[in-house]
Ligand binder design. Structure first.
Ligand code: HDD
Length: 760
């Protein structure tokens, strides 16, 4: 589209200068006016909300859409310009003295372009560098007045916009998604009383108890400094050297060696606030809370062999899954729950609630559901939103407060500090994705990249020249007030570098976790320890780790030692003289199997194998049934494009056997039709599909002649026990198996077939 020069608006925030009614802005979504804004003052975050160019953001109920409209740029119908808005006539050739002559220094068009390019990268996050994010909303189930005055919980049905970033911890920005690692689960609530960040993980405990040890932990797990290996992996000497010397990490190690550290999807993992926080009501009364996010689609994970293979075929596996789920409308959804307990109750627990290596078992304090979060919009731009978003545990709002957890205290300092260098100065709160919906008014001024243009001559308080504004808010105006928590004992009032006694108990909850798992999950934990420690080259480190594990579980330690071909070492001496008796010995809530989800197959990917000569009709019937249930069926053939079916049904292969290997899918369908099955039987890729699906304990549906592929691949339809494998559905007449297959798919994995080593 060629538009005339005079009519072209060129500055997104200066529509007034160019006349808002010129009709040149591309079509936009409905402007959603954020509550309680626009009517007041003129901070950057709220200015110009009505003046926007070029947004094509979908119409939505998310109130962050409007503030971001202010900076959205859509270049459709626009000429190419320099950063000064000068139109560029030639974007192909630099300015030269003659066609074969030298390039001229005056070529500002070239220099503008190259200079900006040279500075495109910013430092990656020191941890959690690899991540993916989405917009959505939080909806409160009820008014929580008796517990908290926090804005999101003020009324039943109240919606607060959120931006959520999921991440791995150890890997660099471009590393694989399916590393064995903790997953970050960071939620920014844009509340009408300021931003609240709940910066959690998918595991409810942490490796260490005191922030003083965080740099050591991170140095130990990151690639080793001399040769910068291995990438995104804890299976190396320095990590295990460190954790084996820090028995407080044993509980966390159990979680990290469990399938929780290889989730199937961000939509199928839990999230936790980890620390004890406080909720405070309008009367100033406070209770302790632990935050839990429970996924609607259930908790599902990968198997280790599968995770390793996926990292080669699709390093963006979780990023793609999140993006595709949102684009297709299978929105990730999580229920927020809180465990609520008083200071007096906490004092009676056998563990210290300030110790981030401990959970509060759900049998001791149940989880109360208080709302749900839906992620329904992908970001417009990865860098502007996902990369530049800055979460911080210090970002809390009236109605919430911290506990004295020493790990949390260090975090309250660390996030802003690291972001000042990562985002280039102290004004990163003005970057659109970080700026609150609530108005910002204070006397902070200037600094690198300041965007707000503050008016007037007063930048101090108290003042009379500006009528005392901006003024301190009293309780009636929701001014933030810290809970006047009492220090309990006299000795707590002295300055010390020391820990409470219960912090020295390191194994009760590690044992609780292991003993609460199903046999399959326990086997995976033992196999993960075996794998990781087998990569450790120093025998003394392996021994020390197994010596520590003996205190958590004799059975686990024995399995791991056997797996490493080593004698069982003496148990590591305990750090505590009298071990407190735990209240709970088994907690079913700790098993992934406890949360199968809503029973649906929404978002599950299923591959239907095809080749020339298959029967198209039964395959398409399965395709249709899966599609109707919200699953994502894909037809895979030796080559993409049309497949010549035996019954003349029109069939198009979406993917080829080589470009989307079988382990990328949650289920496999083998086709009917002798000629087609014959052709697949001559392609080694097809056997890999069958064997990987089988080894990874996923469901397989064999239609008619397709059963032959199972046999040819060496896969048995019966379990090691001799019983029929419920995950393998053989539909001889190719007309009745789809229902059984869909319920096998909803179960996700069929671990009863699993053996170590694998049969196939
Ligand atoms: Fe942290 C990032 C979660 C302990 C210091 N952390 C970061 C992110 C998450 C967590 C989810 C990524 C946020 C994003 O997506 O941008 N961190 C945790 C949890 C912890 C924890 C659940 C334990 C309970 N972290 C922790 C400690 C310290 C830090 C003890 C330092 C004393 N974390 C950081 C950081 C990061 C960070 C260095 C890196 C990038 C950033 O903050 O913005 O400040």
């Amino acid at each position: 589209v060629q538009a005339t020069a005079a009519a072209m608006p060129f500055n997104a925030t200066k529509a007034a200068e160019h006349g808002a009614a010129q009709g040149l802005e591309p079509a936009i979504g409905q402007l959603v006016t954020p509550p309680s804004r626009l009517a007041t003052g003129s901070t950057l975050s709220e200015s110009q909300a009505g003046a926007k160019v070029g947004t094509q953001a979908p119409e939505g109920r998310n109130a962050t859409i409007a503030p971001l409209d202010r900076v959205r740029v859509d270049s459709s119908g626009q000429p190419l310009t320099t950063n000064q808005g000068v139109r560029i006539a030639d974007n192909q050739n630099s300015l030269k003295a003659g066609t074969r002559g030298p390039v001229l220094l005056e070529d500002f068009v070239l220099r503008d372009k190259i200079t900006h390019f040279d500075h495109e990268r910013i430092p990656e996050r020191i941890v959690h560098a690899r991540g993916s994010a989405a917009h959505g909303y939080f909806e409160s189930y009820e008014a929580l007045d008796e517990l908290t005055m926090a804005a999101p919980f003020k009324a039943a049905g109240k919606r607060t916009p959120v931006f959520v970033r999921f991440s791995t911890v150890a890997g660099e920005r471009g590393s694989k998604d399916t590393a064995r690692d903790v997953r970050g689960f960071a939620v920014k609530f844009y509340t009408d009383e300021g931003n609240w960040d709940l910066v959690g993980n998918n595991i409810p405990v942490f490796f260490i108890q005191d922030a003083m040890k965080f740099p050591d932990l991170v140095h130990a797990v990151k690639p080793e400094p001399h040769h910068q290996m291995p990438q995104a992996a804890s299976a190396h000497d320095t990590f295990w050297d460190f954790v084996s010397l820090m028995p407080e990490s044993t509980h966390m190690l159990m979680w990290v060696m469990s399938d929780r550290a290889i989730p199937r999807s961000y939509a199928t993992m839990q999230g936790f606030g980890v620390h004890s926080y406080r909720m405070v009501n309008a009367q100033g009364e406070s209770v302790f809370v632990k935050f839990h996010w429970n996924p609607k689609f259930g908790t599902h994970s990968l198997t280790w062999d599968e995770a390793v293979k996926i990292s080669g075929a699709d390093p963006d596996y979780h990023r793609r899954d999140l993006w595709e789920r949102i684009e297709s409308g299978a929105f990730p959804e999580y229920e927020l729950g809180v465990q609520v307990f008083t200071e007096e109750e906490a004092a009676r627990f056998s563990f210290d609630i300030l110790d981030a290596t401990k959970i509060v078992p759900e049998e001791l304090v149940p989880v109360r559901p208080i709302g749900r979060m839906v992620l329904d919009r992908n970001p417009d731009n990865f860098f502007a939103e996902t990369e530049q978003v800055a979460f911080c545990t210090a970002n809390i709002i009236p109605g919430l407060d911290f506990s004295n957890d020493p790990l949390l205290a260090g975090r309250i300092h660390s996030y802003v500090d690291t972001q000042i260098s990562r985002l280039g100065g102290p004004n990163f709160h003005e970057i659109p994705i970080n700026s609150p919906i609530a108005p910002v008014h204070n006397n902070q001024r200037d600094g690198m990249h300041r965007q707000a243009i503050h008016r007037g001559r007063v930048a101090y308080e108290p003042n009379s020249l500006a009528g005392g504004c901006p003024f301190q808010a009293g309780a009636a105006e929701q001014g933030f007030t810290s809970v006047a928590a009492r220090l309990r004992a006299r000795e707590d009032q002295a300055k010390v570098r020391a820990k409470p006694e219960l912090f020295a108990e390191h194994y009760n909850q590690a044992r609780l976790f292991y003993e609460s798992q199903t046999p399959a999950e326990q086997a995976h934990i033992a196999a993960a320890f075996r794998f990781e420690l087998s990569k450790v080259t120093v025998p003394a480190v392996r021994e020390r780790m197994v010596a520590s594990l003996r205190n958590a579980s004799q059975e686990l330690a024995t399995r791991v030692a056997a797996g490493l071909n080593m004698p069982l070492p003496e148990p590591m001496p305990l750090a505590i003289a009298r071990v407190p008796k735990p209240e709970v010995k088994r907690s079913l809530a700790l098993s992934l199997m406890a949360r199968p989800g809503d029973g649906s197959v929404a978002g599950r990917k299923v591959v239907l194998l095809a080749a020339d000569g298959v029967l198209g009709e039964p395959l398409m019937a399965v395709h249709q049934a899966l599609f109707e249930q919200g699953a994502v069926p894909r037809i895979a053939a030796p080559r993409i494009g049309p497949v010549q079916t035996a019954d003349g049904v029109d069939l198009q292969a979406d993917v080829s056997l080589e470009n989307e290997p079988g382990f990328l899918f949650d289920g496999l369908v083998l086709p009917d039709g002798e000629a087609g099955v014959d052709m697949l039987g001559r392609d080694g890729h097809a056997f890999e599909f069958v064997r990987d699906q089988y080894r990874h304990c996923k469901p397989i549906l064999a239609l008619g002649a397709g059963e032959g592929l199972l046999r040819a691949a060496g896969v048995s339809a019966s379990l090691p026990s001799g019983a029929a494998d419920p995950g393998i559905v053989i539909d001889k007449d190719a007309d009745s198996g789809v229902e059984a297959f869909i319920s096998a798919l909803a179960r996700h994995r069929h671990f009863e077939r699993e053996t170590d080593p694998p049969r196939v």
